[in-house]
Design a protein around this ligand. Structure first.
Ligand code: ADP
Length: 320
């Protein structure tokens, strides 16, 4: 059994990371294990920006978006020298295992770090994109989807008043998950995702027909990886001749107080991560499968690409 561990958040922040860190920390302290917080992702490990945490350090954070530990992208950690320095800094403090909460890139870094140094690592999927292989859920994806829905509700009001076409660009460079779930739950007519080809000419013809039949407005949700909202909006306006407006939500999607789902799921994942790492397990990521917490091999998680659920794609078309 390990007697001293560290926890960090890395890469893009996501709502619920705080709940995860809180759960890791309190579970470990409850088991009599020391917990270090590493600030600013892998940067903090390399720059020795870490501190031993008490239960109080994680109080009053479960309701906050972002991550109180801070996060960053760290180029030095992508080099073997950088990782060796990180390992030395952990060793110097007697830290025997690490919990990394982050996206695909952060988990990839963790996978390499554990292979190279042998330090036990447990990962938690923390990203709004919901694109970590092996888990149906990632921390923050529910809050982000709800943020988009809130925007869609408001955009619908004004779109309807003016008989406009609204093109809404949402986050998702490689993953159409957010666009798909927000599009389905926001009643969007068209959802463009990077995982699926689309024919804009055909869509524009379809839009014109719908308007001719009396449709009051149209909502199109575009994942950023499927195209730039502005460019798509321009083409739609030209080809349909209809009043078209583009909205880009941007970083608003990353923030906000986490939903109940993100808080509870992050807490459950955090507890599992702490119990696993202190019992000496390594190279696993905890995620969800059909509502249950499951462990996934860390290397499999980063070496496979998660596919967008085809059921979503089918349903979106049926309901449009
Ligand atoms: P996310 O975790 O949100 O996907 P990034 O892809 O930016 O974010 O990754 C976050 C950090 O993880 C990087 O800045 C880097 O320090 C580390 N990382 C990512 N990929 C690798 C890699 N192949 N090798 C080592 N470290 C990596």
């Amino acid at each position: 059994m390990l007697n001293s561990i560290a926890v960090m958040t890395s890469g893009g922040d996501s709502p619920g990371m705080n709940a995860a860190v809180r759960a890791v920390t309190r579970t470990a302290l409850h088991a009599g294990v020391k917990v270090w917080g590493i600030r600013g992702g892998y940067h903090g490990m390399l720059d020795e920006d870490m501190f031993e945490m008490t239960s109080k350090d994680v109080s009053d954070i479960i309701q906050r978006g972002g991550t109180f530990l801070g996060t960053a992208r760290c180029k030095r950690f992508a080099t073997p020298e950088g990782r060796m320095l990180g390992y030395k800094n952990l060793n110097d403090r007697g830290i025997q295992g690490l919990v990394v909460v982050g996206g695909d890139g952060s988990l990839r870094g963790a996978s390499i770090f554990s292979k190279e140094t042998g330090i036990p690592i447990v990962g938690l999927p923390g990203t709004i994109d919901n694109d970590v292989w092996g888990s149906e859920y990632t921390i923050g994806s529910d809050t982000a989807a709800n943020t988009i829905i809130d925007a869609i509700n408001k955009l619908r009001d004004t779109a309807s008043a003016h008989r406009r076409i609204i093109v809404l660009e949402v986050m998702g460079r490689n993953s159409g998950y957010l666009a798909m779930v927000a599009g389905i739950s926001g009643g969007s007519e068209y959802i463009l995702v990077p995982e699926e080809e689309y024919d804009l000419d055909e869509i524009c013809e379809d839009m014109k027909e719908s308007y001719a039949k009396g449709k009051r407005y149209i909502l199109m949700v575009v994942a950023e990886g499927a195209g730039k909202g502005n460019e798509i909006g321009k083409i739609v306006a030209e080809k349909t001749g209809l009043d078209t407006r583009v909205s880009k939500l941007g970083h608003i999607q990353r923030g906000g107080s986490p939903t109940v789902i993100d808080r509870v799921n992050a807490s459950r994942l955090g507890e599992n991560a702490a119990l696993a790492i202190i019992s000496g397990l390594s190279d696993i990521v905890f995620g969800f499968d059909r509502g249950h917490v499951v462990s996934i091999n860390l290397h499999d998680a980063v070496n496979n690409k998660k596919k967008l659920n085809p059921e979503f794609m089918r349903l979106a078309k049926v309901l449009a």
